[in-house]
Write a protein that binds this ligand. Sequence first.
Ligand code: SF4
Length: 192
Amino acid sequence: MAGAILTQAASWHNVERAIRRLKSARCLSARALAERPASQIRALVRSTGYFRQKTERLRTFSQWYRRTYGASARRMFRRPTARVRSELLALHGIGPETADSILLYGGAHPVFVVDAYTRRVFGRHGLIRGDEPYEAIQQMVMDRLPAEPQLFNEFHALIVAVGKQYCHRRHPNCAACPLGSFPTNLEVTTHG
Ligand code: SF4
């Protein structure tokens, strides 16, 4: 759950670094994140960028998590998906992508996570325009797939892998991409 907050606009490599540092400083718990001095948390999560905002978000989330669910993931994730999702979205700094990542990766709830790679890959293949609201893209996918957390988990991970390895913002490498046989709306396909 902390990872889902820290990964906003950060690489997973830097998030892992921050998580390791939080762990070794015994700060990776709702209690520590809510009670330790903000300056200490900021220093530990610095590698993820926007560390002031992220410290505040971790604290807001941790306070809510303790207050509402006694810091019990079991209690939290046994509630209906829609209810936990709307509670998460009501917290400052938690948007739909973060809320859904917490639900899917933290609690195995069957929700599809829409990220920048999803918009890019789907957009280039003409499945979406690219500027649709988050929930419209999510619903489009969820209407067409069985509600299985493992499936959404794997699907999202594969979209991220394609985005990172092939579907670069400036130079998509369609010739080497596993989706290269599907039509795209790119005018010029470059490599590299
Ligand atoms: S085939 Fe090209 S446009 Fe499609 S996902 Fe791969 S790199 Fe992106």
